[in-house]
Design a protein around this ligand. Structure first.
Ligand code: NI
Length: 260
């Protein structure tokens, strides 16, 4: 039971091969995947995929920080309608990204807060995208987040991870922790309690070693999980069972009511 808690299986690049990729993942023991959607088209595709593979798919949708310039109230209403429908499992990925463009930070913050409030009203966990924006992201989460939090593809500093853990969150690790030149990733994994760790691919990006440079896919998450197990000095089966329990605990109704 290996888990890919973050893959973009319905993006334009992967969707034409979605069935093939689902099957290779299941054959590799990756039998639960959370499909991340960044627009309505990807979300509609993911609904079909979930209908086809109900036991293997969880579904997430959120407006990406980069889209903060163009998202309208109607777009937020559309997301809220779906969030309330019971069809979505997680709201995200949402957050702040100052890596590419710092010219619209205020718009990004506004969009982030609006989506956290939707998640609060819907009682949905959130998946957080945080890139070169740790301080602002943490401040906003501390003030507004009331549902369980996943820090997707965590690559922050140790103090930021410790702050994130205080929010009762899950820390999700992706392919970069397998890269030789990544010094911070292993330190973060070693210092993260095992009951707060998740594994993900973020496919089609960031393929782990030994697939680095290839187009990433959910089946490859097994390599990242193996690396996490190595850093934690445990075996892959034990680690993967723990990750599955961690992931499913996010959907436990008790974890919602305690924080709300
Ligand atoms: Ni992503």
């Amino acid at each position: 039971m290996i888990t890919d808690t973050h893959c973009h299986l319905t993006c334009d690049e992967l969707y034409p091969k979605a069935d093939e990729l689902m099957q290779s993942a299941i054959d590799a023991g990756v039998d639960l995947m959370m499909v991340m959607c960044t627009n309505k088209e990807e979300y509609d595709r993911a609904l079909l995929l979930k209908e086809k593979y109900p036991d293997h798919v969880k579904l997430a949708w959120g407006w990406f920080p980069e889209d903060a310039k163009t998202i309208t109230q109607a777009d937020l209403d559309l997301l809220e309608e779906e969030a309330m429908s019971g069809r979505m499992d997680v709201l995200g990925e949402i957050g702040l990204d100052y890596y590419w463009d710092q010219s619209f930070k205020e718009e990004q913050k506004k969009l982030f807060i609006a989506q956290l409030e939707i998640a609060n009203r819907a009682g949905l966990p959130v998946s957080i995208h945080m890139r070169d924006a740790s301080r602002d992201t943490m401040d906003i989460l501390e003030a507004h987040a009331k549902t369980p939090i996943i820090f997707h593809c965590f690559s922050g500093s140790l103090p930021i991870m410790q702050e994130a853990l205080k929010l009762d969150s899950m820390i999700s690790f992706a392919g970069p922790i397998t890269y030789k030149n990544n010094k911070q990733g292993p330190v973060n994994v070693q210092n993260c309690p095992i009951d707060r760790i998740l594994s993900e691919t973020d496919s089609p990006y960031l393929a782990p070693v030994p697939y680095r440079g290839k187009r990433n896919q959910p089946a490859f998450v097994a390599a990242t999980a193996q690396k996490i197990a190595d850093f934690k000095e445990t075996d892959a089966d034990t680690l993967n069972a723990q990750i599955r329990a961690n992931f499913l605990s996010l959907f436990d109704p008790r974890s919602k009511s305690e924080k709300a």
